[in-house]
Ligand binder design. Structure first.
Ligand code: FBP
Length: 554
């Protein structure tokens, strides 16, 4: 069946992604010094004796064909893991084209529905015909994704079975910090077993929290932020025209506030909350409410009863007292059949209230019922509350509204407060990838093939120098063990890739801090970014995020 396509889809199918120079011809791998993990070196080394300490790899233009074309054929399996991120399809297209360039008889298999596809042997061969349909498209629908954790040896052994059956030499796992941690565990296990299967990771997540010295940004962050910023800009223009609503906009991003921060840099709202700052300053929910109310009052005094407030999705977990409450709820609700069996919200609410510590119980009772209920919904496979389902923007509207009423009664506020709530998350996760993400992802796929062809395992494909034009980009591989430390997870110390939250001493946050008073005040400073542009002048179409530019100045 042929898919119906929009003119833009048709045009994007023909787009040829730009790549670092090294990937455009013959490639040679240059190895650097041996590496160490970011922390807890002794423990990580003991847990990963075979993959610890490997060198960083840089891909450079090669003089001869080198590993470029080989007579031996080999097959590769690919897995998409976790939440969608624009550009995932292009990683797969880059992988496919890279494999074909090495030997046209090489095959690419996609494991369907995420890591469970490997365990359940649910796969599809990705032929040229299939691949061509998905070039430069958003979404993960080519093979689907899932959140099954790959962490037990029986799962790894099921992987060996199917790889041996299909002649798969390497598995590429496209995922976030947890999926890449698991990729590393899998690589180590396969080396121990000497089964000859390599594992390579690729850095995906719109959240932007898989970031370190070698991963300048995870893919998808660029497109998602540009999509949300367009919508925020449109809302700001409407607010500035109608002059009657305060818009409270929650933005996806799980724990880290990178998305909210980047959107603020692109659109200059009146208020942008940063969860990491709220935590560092030990702020209460009331402090946050007072901060927003103060801006509303100041603008109302200047005759402006409208504005925008950006709220990171994970805010609630960064308010210290809320964090304690959520932790208690996580422990209480883990595999709690008694709770699950209760019928109706009221019975569940009573049950929870009786089990919490007094301080958490008081906080729980003070929350609007709807929010309290959302805090007790199903957990994700890692046992965490699903922050995308908690309507923090509504909670803040309700609390700010009450605070303004108090101020009005005290004669300190004379304005009019009408609010509208928004949540931008799923709108941006599958958008058609920006040129940046299309180019970056295709390059990551091509890089992964080079690492596979050279027999590498336990590496993440990386492309660096991304704030520069693509001709200056540097492709290579970074040992995953290098990004690891030991962290407390589900009651145990585990080796994991360090998550990157917003740094309060980092250039993007400092820029916000320096300008936010100006953005909050009566001289409206809104920026209207407009939609992502795919065709036109490079300064319009090929700009990286502000975060990337501020973190990596020329
Ligand atoms: P990943 O970390 O897997 O990339 O998830 C990204 C994300 O979009 C988060 O921002 C969000 O909190 C979560 O997924 C939503 O999960 P779900 O897709 O299960 O609703």
């Amino acid at each position: 069946m042929t898919m119906l396509k929009s003119p833009l889809q048709e045009a994007r199918q023909a787009y040829q992604p730009k790549m670092p120079v090294a990937l455009t011809g013959n490639v040679q791998l240059v190895e650097g010094q041996a590496t160490e993990s970011v922390a807890d070196q002794e423990q990580i080394k003991a847990l990963f004796p075979n993959t610890y300490g490997m060198p960083v790899i840089t891909l450079e233009p090669g003089a001869s064909a080198g590993n470029q074309q080989t007579a031996d054929t080999f097959n590769v399996g690919v897995i998409l893991s976790g939440g969608q991120a624009p550009g995932g399809h292009n990683v797969i297209c880059g992988l496919f084209d890279g494999l074909q360039r090495i030997n046209p008889n090489n095959k690419l298999y996609g494991f369907k529905g995420g890591p469970s596809g490997l365990i359940e042997h649910d796969y599809v061969e990705l032929t040229a015909k299939v691949i061509d349909e998905y070039r430069n498209t958003g979404g993960f629908d080519i093979i689907g994704s899932g959140r099954t954790k790959l962490e037990e040896t029986w799962q790894f052994d099921k992987g060996i079975e199917i790889c041996q059956k299909l002649g798969i030499k390497a598995i590429v796992i496209i995922g976030g910090d947890d999926s890449n941690t698991n990729a590393c565990v899998l690589a180590e296990y396969y080396l121990q077993k000497q089964c000859g299967i390599q594992v390579i990771g690729c850095p995906k997540t719109i959240d932007g929290d898989l970031k370190n010295e070698f991963i300048e940004t995870s893919f998808g962050f660029d497109t998602a932020c540009k999509t949300y910023s367009e919508l925020i800009g449109n809302i700001q223009r409407d607010a500035n025209s109608a002059c009657k609503y305060w818009h409270f906009i929650r933005l996806m991003g799980r724990s880290a506030s990178h998305i909210a921060l980047e959107c603020a840099l692109q659109s200059q709202p009146n208020v942008c909350l940063i969860s990491e700052e709220v935590e560092a300053k030990n702020m209460t929910l009331n402090d946050v409410v007072n901060q927003i109310a103060a801006v509303i009052v100041a603008r109302a005094n200047a005759g402006l009863n409208f504005g925008t407030v950006l709220i990171p999705e994970g805010l609630i977990e960064f308010i210290p007292a809320m964090r304690v409450l959520i932790q208690e709820l996580n422990d209480l609700l883990a595999n709690n059949e008694e709770f699950t069996a209760l019928e109706g919200d009221d019975a569940k609410r009573e049950y929870v209230k009786n089990m919490l510590t007094p301080a958490s119980c008081e906080l729980y009772r003070s929350l609007p019922k709807g929010i309290a209920r959302q805090l007790t919904l199903d957990r994700d496979p890692h046992g965490n509350v699903m922050v995308s389902q908690i309507e923090t923007e509504k909670l803040l509207i309700e609390m700010v509204s009450k605070r303004l009423a108090q101020l009005k009664a005290a004669g300190e506020y004379k304005g009019k407060f009408s609010s509208i709530n928004h949540f931008f998350g799923y709108e941006g996760r599958c958008a058609i990838p920006s040129n940046f993400d299309a180019d970056y992802c295709y390059s990551l796929g091509m890089t992964a093939t080079q690492l596979i062809a050279a027999g590498k395992t336990g590496y993440m494909a990386v492309v660096r120098n991304l704030a520069q034009p693509h001709t200056e980009w540097i492709a290579g591989g970074c040992p995953i063990t290098m990004m690891m430390n030991m962290e407390h997870r589900n009651g145990k110390m585990k080796p994991v890739i360090q998550k990157a939250l917003v740094r309060l001493d980092g250039a993007p946050f400092l820029f916000l801090e320096q300008h936010r008073a100006e953005w909050a005040d009566a001289n409206t400073s809104y920026i209207y970014p407009g939609p992502i542009q795919y065709y036109g002048p490079t300064e319009v179409c090929d700009q990286p995020t502000k975060t990337l530019k501020l973190e990596h100045p020329m």
